[in-house]
Write a protein that binds this ligand. Structure first.
Ligand SMILES: Nc1nc2c(ncn2[C@@H]2O[C@H](COP(=O)(O)OP(=O)(O)OP(=O)(O)O)[C@@H](O)[C@H]2O)c(=O)[nH]1
Length: 238
């Protein structure tokens, strides 16, 4: 004879089995979507994440060719037609987590999340291409050259890199995998806007973000404006 316990256990096993099938079919459909759209990334995992700026969904992506990972922090419903407030934030370990004053990255990250938190809707793409794509150790080498007088662009060139080695088409793919087609992009870098537009993302507005200027990064910000085309009211108008 079957007891209540047996019935319950059978029910639980049934649900677990079907949940696994559901999870696998979701993963397969995402892989097929990525292949159809010729995307360079797959959406791999997601979970709720409470933050100081509100509760969000953290989504993990993996580059198909290299396995390198990137993340998105999603606040509110970003799948509705209204353009989404968003920032592509390139990884900067020194600025984002170690309080470096050599750049403006940490301040930009905090200001963005605070702005998204106030609106209650938005997405931060955390683009893990540290040091404008040259990696952390090479960024330290570039800093060493800057200690000797080179600027941020000259240092990259001296090390054999382009001034900017990042691939922003990956970010367009992240937007597509998140169901975002129109964004209000928080950036001072017009190159990001151009690349996203060419990759099929409708950037309806560029939202400037001028925070974190100090005596240590003033020259760096000037060079970004003069050599990398960044738009700063304070520099460009001089
Ligand atoms: N190679 C190199 N990378 C740097 C240096 N300073 C900051 N970075 C990196 O630059 C990236 C951020 O790029 P930024 O040029 O500050 O800004 P952006 O992303 O182009 O534009 P915004 O959207 O306006 O912030 C991060 O990956 C930092 O690690 C440097 O002196 N040399």
């Amino acid at each position: 004879m079957f007891g209540v316990h047996d019935v319950l256990m059978t029910g639980i096993c049934f649900c677990k089995f079907h949940f696994r099938i559901f999870e696998s079919s979701l993963l397969i459909s995402r892989i097929i979507f990525a292949m159809n759209e010729n995307l360079k990334l797959r959406r791999m995992a997601e979970a709720k994440l409470p933050t100081e700026f509100g509760h969000c969904l953290i989504v993990g992506f993996e580059e198909i060719s290299s396995g390198r990972d990137h993340i998105a922090l999603v606040y509110g419903d970003i799948t509705t037609p209204d353009p989404v407030l968003s920032r592509i934030h390139s990884e900067c370990l020194t600025g984002d987590t170690l309080f470096s004053l050599k750049c403006d990255c940490g301040h930009q990250l905090g200001a963005t999340l605070s702005q998204i938190g106030q609106e209650g809707r938005g997405v931060l793409l955390y683009h893990r291409q540290e040091g404008r794509g040259i990696g952390l150790v090479n960024k330290i080498r570039a800093y060493a050259l800057q200690d000797k007088g080179l600027d941020t662009v000259e240092a990259n060139l001296q090390l054999g890199f382009k001034p900017d080695e990042r691939d922003f088409t990956l970010c367009a793919d992240m937007y597509k995998l998140l169901g975002v087609r129109a964004v209000r992009l928080i950036t001072n870098n017009p190159l990001k806007v151009d690349i996203l537009k060419k990759a099929g993302i409708n950037v309806v507005e560029r939202v400037p973000i001028e925070v974190g200027r100090n005596g240590n990064n003033d020259r760096y910000l000037k060079v970004k404006a003069e050599k990398l085309g960044h738009l700063f009211k304070n520099c460009n108008e001089k």
